[in-house]
Design a protein around this ligand. Structure first.
Ligand code: SF4
Length: 492
């Protein structure tokens, strides 16, 4: 079965001033109504991707797929769809557009009939040499169905000269670079795998006799499963009716899990690599209060993402925590694009100042990050218009100065405020009374480290430092091409 749901919703026009995690994956082997469980798990991962969702199941004889644009509840709302996704094993995926754009043909899980049988794959991350590999595969005769980087993995499996599917899969993964947390489904079993640096998260859980893999523990909670552990960086786990086998097919690397998962991407009720996301965010707020204290009447979060750090700041500083900004929960991502001349009012669709509280008061305003700076500017302005005497902005991450190439939607560097300005200039731009970011060492302290290890950092923190943990082949190829074009223009 291959059915497509209707047209895509419009991305919310005022929600574009954040980095966006681009995918969430969920897989389950070994229980009846597996697809219904996967749909629930994907619902808990909805924050990781809101543009499309898909599920592929295996019923012991056939594979069944349904993929569509929109939220999980919309794509899987029909009973008939769920009834046709039969079987005791299924994998699913939610996504924003990553490499390859937003078309339906790129919606995952991707599925292929290989010589060894059906093979479905759901991928969180980004293959940073996908364009180079794709060119090689094209020259060898591969015909791609999508423009997704994930399809490169399928073609590498299909063209591998190894005999077993597992060896072919390992052979394929050894040729790709970048970030991948994968959940794959075959007729024989499920394979879950995390890249050697473990850049994107992946956890393992148990529900009765069934095994589950998910991007975050919150998806295990959703289906009532028990959290067993994280899939280790570089680990590949096979689950079948014969049991569970763990493999370590890659040369060991120092793990570099994405530090931004702790700041913003993951839900605060998740546990990432053993850390409670909520507690880490509170500790970042406490570090901010120690590093950048200021006298004020209230600590106010930008809801919802600034809330845990604001609580941490308030507890550390002794300044009362108050809800000085109220968030509307009725702004869907399907909001109709407004006319240009009312567009500047858009921030109030989502946030409104609690003027009775803040009039005449000095505020510490806490948010998780500044990307373009457009939202910060509007929120500071909104608090001033509501009568705040002073607005001191405190940010629970270091300045975001670099793009991410590991499965996170970042604006090009030129649009990142911190890539263009120093902190004083940024403060002038957002028109706050003061602006401070947590230091990179403060961030690591919040994660239980004494500081960032400068020679071999404990996490990927490249969007703050520019210190990328893998080669970026496609990016280097693009830059080389750009340089050549510039040279040709000069010669002409
Ligand atoms: S560059 Fe930033 S967002 Fe991307 S994986 Fe690294 S820490 Fe995470």
């Amino acid at each position: 079965m291959q059915r497509f749901a209707g047209p895509p919703p419009t991305t919310h026009p005022f929600d574009d001033d954040k980095l966006r995690e681009e995918c969430g994956v969920f897989g389950l082997w070994g229980t009846d109504s597996a697809s219904a469980m996967v749909a629930l798990g994907l619902h808990a991962l909805q924050h990781r991707g809101q543009e499309a969702a898909g599920i592929t199941s295996f019923d012991g004889g056939d594979f069944h797929s349904h993929r569509g644009m929109g939220h999980v509840a919309r794509v899987f709302r029909e009973e008939e769809v769920m009834r046709q996704l039969g079987g005791r094993a299924a994998i699913g995926h939610v996504r924003y557009a990553t490499t390859g754009g937003a078309g339906l043909r790129n919606v995952q899980p991707l599925f292929a009939e290989l010589a060894s049988g059906g093979f479905a794959v759901a991928h969180n991350g980004n293959i940073s040499n996908a364009m180079r590999m794709r060119g090689d595969l094209n020259r060898r005769g591969s015909i791609f169905q999508s423009t997704s980087d994930t399809e490169v993995i399928i073609h590498l499996v299909a063209t591998s000269t190894y005999r077993t599917l597992l060896d072919r899969f390992i052979d394929a993964l050894k040729q790709v670079e970048g970030a991948y947390s994968l959940v794959c489904l075959t007729a024989e079993g499920m394979i879950a795998c995390r890249d050697p640096r473990g850049i994107r998260p992946l956890v393992m859980g148990r529900l009765g006799e069934a095994y589950i893999f998910a991007s975050e523990t919150v998806a295990l909670d959703m289906v009532g499963a028990t959290y067993l552990r994280s899939v280790e960086p570089g680990e590949l786990i096979e689950v079948s009716d014969q049991g569970v086998r763990s493999h370590r097919p890659f040369a060991p690397e120092r793990p570099k899990p994405c530090i931004f998962e702790h700041i913003y991407f993951s839900r605060p009720d998740s546990i990432i690599d053993g850390h409670s996301v909520y507690n880490v965010r509170k500790r970042i707020g406490a570090e901010l209060a120690i590093e950048s204290p200021v006298e004020a009447d209230y600590v106010v979060p930008v809801p919802d993402s600034g809330v845990p750090a604001a609580i941490g700041y308030a507890q550390q500083s002794g300044i009362p925590f108050e809800l000085g900004i109220i968030r509307s929960h009725y702004v869907g991502r399907t909001f109709i694009q407004p006319l240009d001349h009312v567009r500047h009012l858009g921030v109030k669709l989502k946030h409104n100042a609690n003027s009775a509280l803040i009039r005449g008061k000095s505020i510490v305003l806490v948010d998780d990050s500044i990307v373009r700076g457009t939202t910060s500017l509007k929120i500071v302005q909104m608090l001033r218009e509501a009568g705040a005497r002073a607005v001191h902005m405190r940010i629970a991450s270091p300045p975001t100065r670099h793009s991410c190439f590991y499965g996170v939607d970042t604006p090009e560097r030129a649009k990142l405020l911190a890539a263009q300005m120093n902190v004083a200039e940024m403060n002038n731009y957002i028109k706050a009374d003061s602006l401070a970011f947590v230091s990179i060492d403060g961030l690591y302290r919040a994660l239980g480290e004494s500081a960032r290890d400068e020679t071999e950092p404990q996490h990927c923190d490249a969007c703050f430092t520019g210190d990328y943990p893998t080669s970026l082949t496609d990016q280097e190829d693009l830059e080389q091409r750009h340089q050549l074009e510039l040279q040709e223009e000069r010669v002409a």
